[in-house]
Design a protein around this ligand. Structure first.
Ligand SMILES: C[S@@+](CC[C@H](N)C(=O)[O-])C[C@H]1O[C@@H](n2cnc3c(N)ncnc32)[C@H](O)[C@@H]1O
Length: 394
């Protein structure tokens, strides 16, 4: 926390929710949960770890509520629903995939009903990620605050989805989309991801070298903001913490650190903690993700399904919030990106989609893998199919 900022007690986001989003057709939660379940059609991928279901996800989610193996046991939900774009999507072979025509209140209620059921399916220590773009992400945030509780909001992750574009409109180029991250409770499964320092940044970040061991380190404060009355607010080695601050550790721990050579004493006798490069895990991942653009070069592997998401993005989300053997659920699974990432990480997964093309893409993904994007470009050139009116590749 920055110097001079003192927390006032209540945690951010813990205020009672004194507002909600109102729109025509907003169904009471109990009525949503009383809608008719439908099991959908099970598609056999020949893999007991992966369940693929075809049909409208609302009915299927409601029927999963009755399935004791998964209801209340889903550790991670990732969804990438339609974004209210008013577009029709075709795959790289110019075959119809799905249409995205709902807008406004109808769209929000469509999403809300699914989120209500998804919350019931989540484990008490589960997490949910909802991938949207600037079109609806901010309305969806309010809906998610209502359903999951504002105190369970974790992040809005901003992702760079593509390379910079040449925009002709009077606005900045839009290369970001957003992933809303909530947990069901405060004790969710969490494995913090780290990334490595780039070699050229290591010297800048860890500028000191320990003369005894030759290890590279940086110096960080040994105190933190806030006044404490216990041991950490008292003098250590005759030195009080600076005004308005307390020691980060008890004196016994500070003694231990000093004995281990992990404290740097300035010429004027001020202690600072040495953080060694070789024992640091790397840079904790923050909420801006630049390394996960969707298909952007001819060598990347894709299924050819439109709006197919970056495989490594899904790996990061699943690794951070689940353990091997856990259940992962994606009820807008498209080409099955979430399913493949979950499978590769040793998790169980349920995928749902109502599009023939999505189911076909997922079946093909598991039967013969993805293909280089360049191979689809060649196929397109030799294809005689006429492009439909609106064509958008993900
Ligand atoms: C943005 S795409 C998901 C792409 C996916 N993340 C991937 O990596 O391939 C949205 C998907 O939601 C599916 N969908 C839309 N409405 C649905 C509904 N009511 N039930 C099931 N699936 C639906 C569409 O068929 C489409 O495949």
């Amino acid at each position: 926390m920055a110097t001079g900022i003192t927390p006032l007690g209540r945690k951010r986001g813990q205020a009672n929710l004194a507002y909600n989003l109102s729109y025509p057709g907003k169904m009471p939660k109990q009525e949503v949960l009383a809608l008719k379940p439908h099991p959908g059609e099970a598609i056999d991928l020949g893999d007991p770890q992966i369940r693929l279901l075809r049909g409208d996800n609302i009915g299927i989610l409601l029927s999963l509520l009755e399935d004791k193996t998964v209801s209340g046991h889903i550790r991670c939900v990732y969804i990438d629903p339609p974004y209210a774009t008013s577009m029709a999507f075709v795959d790289r072979n110019v075959q119809h995939a799905y249409t995205d025509t709902l807008g406004g209140a109808a769209y929000l209620e469509f999403l809300r009903q699914r989120l209500i059921v998804l919350r019931e399916l989540l484990a008490e220590d589960g997490s949910i990620f909802v991938h949207l773009d600037q079109n609806m992400a901010f309305e969806a945030k309010i809906i998610m605050d209502e359903i999951f509780g504002r105190s369970n909001f974790r992040n809005i992750i901003t992702r760079a989805k593509c390379n910079p574009k040449n925009y002709t409109r009077r606005q900045f180029g839009n290369i970001s989309d957003h992933i809303l991250f909530y947990t069901k409770n405060c004790n969710s499964v969490w494995h913090r991801p780290y990334v490595r320092w780039k070699p050229e940044r290591i010297g800048e970040e860890y500028p000191c070298v320990d003369p005894a061991s030759g290890r590279r380190y940086k110096k960080v404060p040994l105190h933190a903001p806030g006044v404490r009355n216990g041991e950490t607010g008292m003098a250590w080695r005759g030195k009080m913490p600076p005004p308005g601050k307390h020691w980060q550790y008890r004196p016994s721990k500070l003694d231990q650190l000093d004995k281990a050579g992990e404290i740097y004493w300035s010429p004027t006798g001020n202690p600072r903690r040495k953080v060694f490069f070789d024992s640091a895990k790397g840079i904790p991942v923050q909420d801006i993700w630049l390394g996960f653009r969707d298909a952007h070069n001819q060598n990347i592997l894709v299924t050819g399904y439109p709006t197919e998401k970056n495989f490594d993005l899904l790996r990061r989300i699943i690794r951070a919030t689940t353990n091997p053997g856990d259940w992962v659920l994606d009820c807008f699974c498209g080409s099955g990106t979430t399913l493949e990432a979950a499978k590769q990480l040793g998790r169980n997964c349920i995928g749902i989609d109502n599009s023939e093309a999505a189911i076909a893409a997922t079946v093909k993904r598991f039967a013969s893998g993805r293909e280089r994007m360049g191979d689809f470009v060649k196929m397109k050139k030799s294809s005689s199919a006429r492009p439909p009116e609106i064509t958008l590749f993900g």
